[in-house]
Design a protein around this ligand. Sequence first.
Ligand code: FPP
Length: 258
Amino acid sequence: MQKIVSAVKGRNRSGYGEIPEKLPGHVAIIMDGNGRWAKRRGMPRAMGHQAGTEALRSIIRMSSDIGISYLTIYAFSTENWMRPKDEVGALMSLLLRYFSSEIDELDENNVRIRILGDIDGLPDAQRQAVIRAMDRTRENTGLNLSIALNYGGRQEILRAAKRLAERAAAGEDPASFGPEDLEAGLYTAGMPDVDLLIRTSGELRLSNFLPWQTVYAELIFDDTLWPDFTRERYMEALREYAERDRRFGGRNEPPEKV
Ligand code: FPP
């Protein structure tokens, strides 16, 4: 019953103040600053990631409530394996806990979960948990939540390019390939480009996150450390986005993908 009610986009828009009319269809977030948040409190970094999960819950909920269609978050990059073993272990445990504690609520709220990244490179338990979450929420029609996990943007493009090379080797004419052919091999196949990319913690980098999908994205860099990123800060970013004049290279509308 609850699922049927929440199938209506923007089902609970009260309590958020004034919501801009022009919302981004696809928001991507680099949730940076968990480590610094913990360090400032004399806590282990793992506590920062745990606090980051709380902030994430709130931002997912708000995205779903106000009617954002796609939210994509950077949870673990292919480069993050180089972090100290105990931090990688803590992040992997957190991931497992996250999928067991949040999945019921996400499903009830009609959220569809996708994982972007090399799932086969995850430990067994984590791989099974994310596959279960994707399968369970596959038919949901509310917020599309994509979690970039063991994800690298260049690796993603290379993987898609290899698929094109295979098609060419099988006899297709490479001259006939357009951007949509490469896109079909991306983890985000079928999803719209990113409209708004937010990175917290004051760092001014994109860090191998969705390089293909963000070419026309509006970028917002927020000084807040991720665990302190509140719904109010999120709404401020959405209001700033609404005021931006997007020109897509001169035409005020996205270029056709040919
Ligand atoms: C960057 O902060 C954050 C990460 C590498 C992990 C992000 C993960 C979460 C918010 C929680 C887990 C997510 C899910 C889906 C369970 P940092 O450690 O680089 O911070 P620093 O730059 O201050 O050191």
